[in-house]
Design a protein around this ligand. Structure first.
Ligand code: PAF
Length: 310
């Protein structure tokens, strides 16, 4: 972890060169130097730093991460960076929703202290050639469906951790495999940052909040509630005594049957995995994730159930 903050100046004014103050007291910075100065000032003032990395298009799920971060530290940094390296070749980076002005207003209203809004060249300057590949939990599922995705995530998260130098970082449990990859990365690289997983935030009808939900047409949107309904029914089913229901094959068949009953849904995968390694399990035991990916037309939605079973 880079701790050389020699560029920093102690400055009691809220903003430094390259930084601007918007709504509330939130400061927005775009460049690495301006970020380092802000981080150094926060450190000198004795703040504990929490960090929430995002790709923008913020919804209530992201804001819940920010609120969790506020409980964990007294200075909260949020980044918005649509990371090109985590988009697979067949995914449309340009079509990813971007509305930085609206995002900044939401963050300021929720008490974000610093918004880091880097340009692509800041994160990947010309000639950039260092990438971070986390094996183990990156294999399979989203890793198999989206080649290179977790390499891009691990690379940008490592860079952002070095730049922001947080004490704690908050990630959504909805992207359970990403959370496992980030935890592995932090363990393997001995990064001094605590990783906190925050619970999935759902719409009133149970649909997990996601930036992808805007791509659903009204019929698909209605049909998409099948993910959370299936997981809820599974949870109740697993609460009944007996080992048979906990076999991975039984769990997968249980979910597959419920998803198949929804004509607009096409199951990509359902799997019972170890929450830490994302290795498939034959029996749901210990800390497990039952991970689910379902297609509605071209849109793939993820949901999962995180359980600790004795
Ligand atoms: O979960 C996301 O929004 C992204 O994968 C992340 C962690 C911000 C990295 O680009």
């Amino acid at each position: 972890m880079i701790r050389d903050l020699s560029l920093a100046q102690d400055n009691s004014a809220p903003a430094v060169a390259g930084a601007s103050t918007g709504a509330g007291n939130m400061v927005t910075v775009e460049g690495a130097e301006a970020l380092w100065k802000q981080v150094a000032m926060a450190r000198r003032r004795g703040h504990r730093i929490a960090f929430v990395p995002t790709m923008g298009a913020l919804h209530e799920g992201h804001l819940s991460l920010l609120r969790r971060a506020r409980q964990l530290a007294d200075w909260v940094v949020v980044s918005i960076f649509v990371n090109p390296t985590q988009f697979a070749a067949d995914e449309d980076l340009d079509a990813y929703p971007r509305d930085h002005r609206r995002d900044a207003e939401l963050l300021a209203a929720q008490g974000c202290d610093l918004l880091f809004l880097p340009a692509v060249d800041t994160i990947y300057p010309p000639g950039h050639s260092t990438f971070v590949d986390v094996e183990g939990p990156s294999r399979g599922f989203e890793g198999a469906q989206r080649p290179g995705h977790f390499r891009g995530v691990a690379t940008v998260v490592t860079q952002l951790f070095h730049m922001v130098q947080p004490d704690v970082a908050v990630f959504g449990q909805k992207d359970a495999q990403q959370l496992a990859v980030v935890r592995q990365l932090v363990r393997d690289l001995h990064l001094p940052v605590e990783i906190v997983g925050a619970p999935i935030v759902r719409e009133a009808d149970g649909l997990a909040m996601s930036s992808r939900n805007v791509y659903l047409d009204p019929a698909q949107r209605q049909a998409a509630t099948v993910l959370s309904r299936a997981l809820r029914r599974l949870e109740a089913h697993l609460a009944a005594p007996g080992d048979e229901a906990r076999q991975a094959t039984a769990i997968e068949a249980f979910i597959a049957r419920l998803i198949a009953a929804e004509p607009l849904a096409r199951l990509d995968y359902v799997a019972v995995v170890d929450a830490r390694t994302f290795e498939p399990l034959s029996q749901a035991e210990g800390e497990v994730v039952i991970a689910l990916a379902v297609r509605f037309g071209p849109t793939r939605l993820l949901d999962n159930l995180h359980l600790t079973l004795q």
